[in-house]
Design a binder for this molecule. Structure first.
Ligand code: PMV
Length: 329
């Protein structure tokens, strides 16, 4: 197979409104349940891949620095999957850059592996359909399967070995929503990586079984809300689902506590503003930051209010993002 020159691809991060929290197969990264997310146009990863016969090993550069050993191993393991699919056995040079709010500590594995999947397959001469790309990106990070697509995205848990993929969801809300991201505590790295935390929760939390029963119901209700264009209903489900996910982690033994005082202060402010008629619903991932689903009209007011909270170090308003795409040179 002919090896193409360097290929650059961009992908947006996404925030789950119905969370992925638990795997049914760790080696294939198959989720235990489905999930639903919104792509964020303000959080983008750009990745360039070039297969180079001169290289003895993959050379991986993240945000202008050689990748740390653990990150480099994950990227090489992922490139091995691409090499297996393309038949191109040579090593690659990978350069990846996150265009995220400065020192945010926000997770970039979703956008990172989606951009890597697209750039690496194209550089290897392989043209995957979006669904195949989503299945491949999932192997890097479960949430990366969703970052292949733009706007609202539904991830299917699947039932067989390799049928867990994401697909976009049409909704009249697509242009109206915004996500306000309140970064808490600067760029401190995550206390517990999500893959370890999920495994620990699934193994030890007495609430995990209830979580697995809850997710399909939340997904169905959230999809109904999307179909009707009902932001209030969608936001209500998203906030409740995030709190339920954190409840499972808090009840694990020992419990996983991701929140800081400012996390609670932001949740309190969001609820207070909501009582005053502002469209605002909080969601939190495996970290202290709070992301608030809102409308285009209410996003500036909300952002202004959150900036004043002690411990909030940055606030960004994001519009929905588009699908992963190759950057034409
Ligand atoms: O894709 P991972 O392995 O980083 O897991 C993502 C987990 C959450 O961010 C907490 C939830 C989600 O659905 O994105």
């Amino acid at each position: 197979m002919a090896v193409a020159p360097a290929v650059t691809a961009r992908a947006c991060a996404n925030i789950a409104l119905v969370k992925y929290w638990g795997k049914r197969d760790a080696s294939l990264n198959l989720p235990a349940a489905g999930s639903l997310s919104l792509a964020l146009g303000a959080l983008v990863t750009e990745t360039t891949v070039a297969f180079d016969p001169e290289l003895a090993n993959d050379v991986i550069d993240l945000d202008g620095q050689p990748a740390r050993a653990d990150a480099a191993m994950r990227v090489t393991a992922f490139l091995d999957l691409v090499r297996a699919q393309t038949g191109v056995q040579i090593r690659a040079r990978v350069t990846s850059k996150n265009e995220f709010p400065t020192a945010s500590g926000l997770a970039s594995s979703a956008s990172g592996f989606a951009a890597l999947a697209l750039a690496a397959t194209k550089a290897g001469g392989l043209d995957l359909a979006p669904r195949e790309l989503s299945i491949l990106a999932r192997r890097g990070s479960g949430s990366a399967a969703r970052s292949v697509f733009g706007g609202f995205v539904r991830m299917h848990a699947g039932v067989a070995s390799e049928d867990a993929f994401a697909e976009p969801v049409e909704t009249p809300l697509a242009q109206r929503v915004r996500m306000v991201i309140a970064v808490i505590g600067g760029g401190v790295p995550k206390q517990y990586a999500s893959r370890d935390a999920m495994e620990h929760t699934a193994r030890t939390s007495p609430l995990y079984r209830a979580w697995l029963e809850l997710v399909p119901r939340d997904l169905e209700a959230a999809e109904g809300a999307l179909a009707r264009g009902d932001l209030e209903q969608l936001g209500t489900i998203a906030e409740a689902n995030a709190l339920a996910m954190h409840a499972t982690a808090l009840a694990a033994r020992p419990g996983l506590v991701y929140w800081r005082p400012a996390t609670l202060a932001v949740i309190g402010q969001v609820r207070g503003l909501r009582e005053c008629g502002v469209a605002a619903w909080a969601t939190i991932d495996a970290g202290p930051h709070v992301k608030v689903l809102t409308s285009e009209e209410d996003a500036p007011t909300l952002a202004m209010q959150l900036r004043d909270i002690d411990g909030v170090t940055a606030v960004t308003i994001s519009a929905p993002g588009g699908p992963a795409a190759v950057v034409e040179t």
